[in-house]
Design a protein around this ligand. Structure first.
Ligand code: GDP
Ligand code: MG
Length: 434
């Protein structure tokens, strides 16, 4: 989506003056971009009609910065279309019960884990419940996630009845003093009566405070139809849009709210447990417009970076004691934040260019391997690494001596940079930098 919009908007941004003609042309471009992003025709037309009216109303043509005002109007319209305000999940009740529904492969189990992780970080006691009894691997999948994030998982591998499991799980949660129960359910590849009936029955049996419908944003227009069907049966409370990290065109985010009139509450942008964000309509609108989602990026960085660790590293940098051990820690922190590409994509101006580049978390693998092949002493004092040590490290890490050399050289440069910055800071030249 953003590519085309980017282009449409860029031409306007650079323009000192705007005429009737280029407003009309831009409106047309915007509408086409929206439709390319799987927004249905009617919704796209409504949006652009309103944008045009507002543009005329607010006298875009004679504004000081017409392009910016125009972009602002589009952004407001998109924000409004996606629900205006961010909406949180209703977690009332003791325990609060959250029911997760959606098609198979939409990302329910992954989201259940992420949501549990997210709530756990807020200090809640969570119980995950495995109600997908049809695929044997489904229970294991949830258990593995549970283990990974340190959240208890309730399962009854022998049971043939998802409704019973849900009921028993609630009783179990009460006895264990859990605050929140997240019920992961089974999905089918397409909407089907048996599945719908089962989720409906679970709903009746446990009366959830929150029903979240999970949908794969890559399924485009289908996502909207599926949402409609699930909403008619379940009257869910909110939508979780997954796989927004891939080629997803995001159009679903724009149409779902209009079609089912339920808010999108969360977005999922990767397979890692950290890749979950609250859905902010205004940020999504900015992101669609190619401005980047800086606020999300900062929030995620804050979550993943251990603050004490950051302080410790900072102190070491100031004292010129930053060594390869610290470098390795930093690499790990960066990886914890999720996929490098996702993160880069959120930086304004980077999104469109970065897509074609081959950056993956794998790019760090050789660097990590090299550092891990060093002894603690070598990591602390890279200067002692001579020719024979280099040879050993290269063999141990499955790399070439050249790569080891490059890493050491880069690290050296980095350190002397830090040193210079420190010197400048202490001599007062760069006080404003702190
Ligand atoms: P379920 O059948 O609805 O429970 O779906 P799963 O949670 O098992 O997810 C199906 C597949 O999609 C798995 O391979 C997940 O790792 C993957 N997946 C889930 N959410 C995301 C996401 O936000 N981004 C990406 N790239 N993959 C995802
Ligand atoms: Mg599942």
């Amino acid at each position: 989506l953003s590519d085309k919009l980017n282009k449409a908007v860029k031409t306007l941004k650079g323009q000192g003056r705007i005429s009737d003609i280029n407003i009309a042309a831009t409106i047309k471009e915007v509408r086409r971009a929206l439709m390319d992003a799987d927004v249905n025709y009617k919704v796209a037309k409504d949006v652009t009609d309103r944008v045009r009216e507002k543009a005329i109303d607010r006298k875009v043509m004679i504004a000081v910065e017409p392009g910016q005002l125009f972009v602002k109007i589009i952004q407001e319209e998109l924000t409004e279309l996606m629900g205006g305000q961010a909406q949180s999940a209703n977690l009332k009740g003791s325990p609060a019960i959250v029911l997760i529904a959606g098609l198979q492969g939409s990302g329910k189990t992954t989201f259940s884990g992420k949501f549990a992780n997210y709530l756990k970080k807020q200090g809640r006691q969570i119980l995950l419940v495995a109600c997908d009894i049809y695929r044997p691997a489904a229970i294991t999948q949830l258990q593995v996630l549970g283990e990974q994030i340190g959240v208890e998982v309730y399962a009854e591998p022998e049971s043939k009845n998802a409704v019973d499991i849900a009921r028993n799980a609630i009783a179990f949660a009460k006895s264990k003093g859990k605050n929140i129960v997240i019920i992961d359910t089974a999905g089918r590849l397409a909407v089907d009566e048996v599945m719908m009936k089962e989720v409906e029955d679970i709903k009746k049996a446990v009366t959830p405070s929150e029903i979240l419908f999970v949908v794969d944003s890559m399924t485009g227009q289908d996502a909207v139809n599926t949402a409609k069907t699930f909403n008619e049966r379940l009257d869910f409370d909110g939508v979780v849009l997954t796989k927004l990290d891939g080629d997803a065109r995001g159009g679903a985010a724009l149409s779902i709210k209009t079609v089912v009139n339920k808010p999108i509450k969360f977005i999922s942008t990767g397979e890692k447990m950290e890749a979950l964000d609250v859905f902010y309509p205004d940020r999504m609108a900015s992101r669609i417009l190619g401005m980047g989602d800086v606020i999300s990026l900062v929030e995620r960085a804050q979550q993943a970076f251990d603050e004490d660790e950051a302080k410790r590293l900072n102190k070491k940098m100031r004292e010129n004691k930053f060594d390869l051990n610290d470098f390795l820690t930093q690499l790990e922190q960066i990886k914890k934040m999720g996929n490098i590409k996702d993160l880069m994509g959120m930086i304004p101006g980077v999104s469109s260019q970065i897509k074609d580049l081959d950056i993956s978390n794998d790019s760090f693998k050789p660097i990590e391997a090299i550092i891990r092949s060093m002894t603690p002493k070598e990591r602390e004092k890279p200067d002692i690494i001579d020719g024979s040590r280099k040879k050993r490290i290269a063999t141990g890490s499955g790399t070439q001596i050249l790569q080891v050399n490059n890493l050491l050289k880069q690290f050296d440069q980095m350190r002397s940079m830090m040193k210079k910055v420190n010197q400048m800071q202490t001599s007062g030249k760069m006080k404003s930098f702190k």
